[in-house]
Design a protein around this ligand. Structure first.
Ligand SMILES: Nc1ncnc2c1ncn2[C@@H]1O[C@H](COP(=O)(O)OP(=O)(O)OP(=O)(O)O)[C@@H](O)[C@H]1O
Ligand SMILES: [Mg+2]
Length: 337
């Protein structure tokens, strides 16, 4: 943890003196950050992470993992019960109002103001953050053009499609030009086309240097969008690395799933013996999964071993590790159950 107070906002320097080393390089930093809700539900337990300026950082985990609670604490909506965190060089517990100025938030649910038009949602947000009328007008117009919503400017927000509403929420999230954008499940419930459109937008914002923390339970989203990903379950981070690093941690680059007639355990033993060093097998759901290094000739070798052992193959698929594979390896369960 860096502890230089040079160049920090005075409040961040004050936080530093209290022991929390907020700094502007790690734009998000948490130390033992925890939230236990009344009734004893431990939603987030001792979260330690740092996010560097300009990163797209992903929290990947299933329902109830603690993703929204984490975003809630970092965006000052939820008060931590233990631990500390800095966002944009500011201690979020000591200086929540100041921290809020550095961040934009796109919540998991639709939080657009239904009594306002599309344009007014942006205009009043800018006014709320201190822009004068002319500047707020100009910014609202600019954002509607940038997010391809200009033709809906006067529309009621209730008439927007899910994808349009989500684009408007992102536009509103960045309207006051925050340094950090929190996106909680930004593409949940969107059709594939709208999801891709939103990914494009996020790539663009990333290119402009915005730091993004997003939560998702879509492994493809974490894999394709994020520079680094923390895999979360039951309020804890189980692994944290680049998507490539996480997938490499599985220790295999080829995964074959084979269903045959006969006893899966006997077939697994035949495969382990026949495929040689480095091949690891698991049985479950009536099939054998083999983890291998190298994909060359895998299918013919498996077919030959099945033939030799008198097993008839009923299903065979070969794939590369995904973040889902990593999650299963860590927890023994699938991301979406
Ligand atoms: N206000 C609250 N009061 C009590 N318990 C809560 C509250 N908010 C969340 N929880 C509990 O905390 C845990 C984490 O919830 P959270 O919403 O952070 O998970 P999540 O990862 O965002 O899940 P999802 O993918 O469903 O959005 C869950 O067990 C949830 O029931
Ligand atoms: Mg959530």
């Amino acid at each position: 943890m860096q502890s230089s107070s040079q160049g920090l906002a005075p409040t961040a320097a004050a936080a530093l003196e209290r022991g929390l080393a907020c700094n502007l390089d790690d734009v998000i930093m948490t130390v033992g950050l925890s939230k236990t809700f009344p009734g004893g539900i431990r939603a987030v337990e001792s979260l330690n992470l740092t996010v560097a300026a300009g990163e797209i950082f992903g929290l990947l985990g299933p329902n109830g993992a603690g993703k929204t609670t984490t975003v809630g604490m970092l965006s000052t909506r939820v008060i931590p019960t233990a631990g500390e965190a800095c966002v944009g060089g500011v201690d979020i517990v000591a200086e929540p109002a100041l921290a809020k100025q550095a961040i934009g938030v796109v919540a998991q649910s639709n939080t657009l103001d239904r009594s306002l038009t599309v344009w007014e949602n942006l205009y009043f947000h800018c006014r709320y953050f201190g822009a004068d009328k002319a500047a707020a007008r100009a910014r609202a117009d600019e954002l509607l053009a940038q997010f391809h919503l200009a033709d809906r400017a006067r529309a009621d927000v209730a008439t927007l499609s899910g994808g349009m509403a989500q684009r408007l929420m992102v536009a509103r999230g960045i309207a006051h030009r925050p340094h950090i954008l929190f996106l909680d499940e930004p593409t949940a419930g969107l059709d594939p086309q709208s999801r891709l459109a939103l990914w494009e937008i996020l790539h663009g914002l990333h290119g402009e240097g915005l730091t993004v923390l997003l939560t998702t339970h879509y492994m493809e989203e974490a894999d394709q969008l994020c520079d680094r990903v923390a895999i979360m379950d039951h309020g804890r981070i189980l692994a944290l690395d680049t998507p490539r690093g996480l997938k490499a941690s599985v220790g295999a680059d080829t995964i074959a799933r084979v269903a045959t007639t006969g006893d899966p355990a006997a077939f697994a033993a035949a495969l382990a013996a026949g495929l040689g060093d480095g091949a690891r097998t698991e049985t479950g759901d009536g099939a054998v999964t083999v983890f291998l290094k190298g994909a060359d000739g895998v299918v013919p070798r498996i077919v030959a071993l099945a033939d030799a052992g008198g097993f008839a193959i009923t299903d065979l698929s070969v794939s590369e590790p995904t973040l889902e594979t990593v999650f299963i390896a860590l927890t023994g369960k699938e991301l979406r159950e």
